[in-house]
Design a protein around this ligand. Sequence first.
Ligand code: SIN
Ligand code: CO
Length: 383
Amino acid sequence: MMHFTDFDSAAFLRDNWQQQPLLIRNPWARWHNPLSPDELAGLACEEGIEARLIRQAGSKWAMEEGHFSEKRFSKLGKQPWTLLVQAVDHHVPEVAALIEPFRFIPNWRIDDVMVSYASDGGGVGPHFDQYDVFLVQGLGRRRWQIGPLCDAQTPLLPHDDLRLLADFEPTSEWLLEPGDILYVPPRFAHNGVAVGDDCMTYSIGFRAPSRRELLSNWCDAALDRLDDDDRFADPGLARQANPGEIMPQALEELRAMIAARLDDAEAFARWFGAFTTTPKYPETDWQLEAPVARADLVEAVAAGRTLRRNPASRYAFIRSGDGALVLFVDGEPIHCDPAAAALAERLCASACFVLDSTLIAPASSIALLEILFNQGNLAFDAD
Ligand code: SIN
Ligand code: CO
């Protein structure tokens, strides 16, 4: 298991998270690069995996979207290029393991691990992102430069596919070696350039919902629960001096009709749990072909087999009082009584674990384990 020997997460959350970039020199107990360049190229050739290729010739940048044919990589020539593959953690458990040391940040804030490979001088150009990212140098070396905070007004180069900064003035710069990590908060300009060939960088990416996406999705969910006969009513209507006036009392009642529905804390919590755990690639079906027998599950847990959450599955829970909770897995709510809640909390606490048999003794707990197994959200580790 990859872990940090020397990193103060409390100090990081206090001083850096969402505030200031931070260079973390190799904090790993023993860094080893979890994926080879060939394996990454292989993933970029698979259908259903998001991949991009960025090439640069002088001041010209070109972007192609995957998936790619194997031949594409042998025809790239001498100009600097970089290959980017999204959500590699979903397919490679060793890459998913890179997220574990960062679990001091809640599950629902985590997006995915993007992996890049660059030839000498390659990079994606100076840009800014809307999200926090830990840039873990995996193989080879990369020079990172950080610039000022950007916003919607920051000038960009005219380009159909890439959002490159028109002017980039770095304020600091570092050369990262394997195992080094650069943390970049949202909207800080940054630019990473490979120094030498075989440069691999792992981006542990986070997400934060925009107010626009929250409002739009929550309103859609609220609309689904409304009937057409739930309507403004004014029995006992008082005569008014001017029929043209929309009276303050009517306005107040109209606004209250909306606010009451949108500001329903319980309904919001239920909706948000489902919304935020919706998988990144919902079309992928992980369901087991043949359901597992409950007795086999019990036996394997008793034998101390290691369980692993599907790295593509999103897990989170919300307490619902009296020791019960709602577990959300890939957008689906599962109501857990206090006995099953203990198991649900265990499942949410880490991605890979050995279960104590007493946790699955209650009927509601073993039922929960069975559901998650059969949906493909959980499996025994290949060991
Ligand atoms: C890269 O890995 O080359 C790009 C990562 C980033 O800048 O967000
Ligand atoms: Co970036």
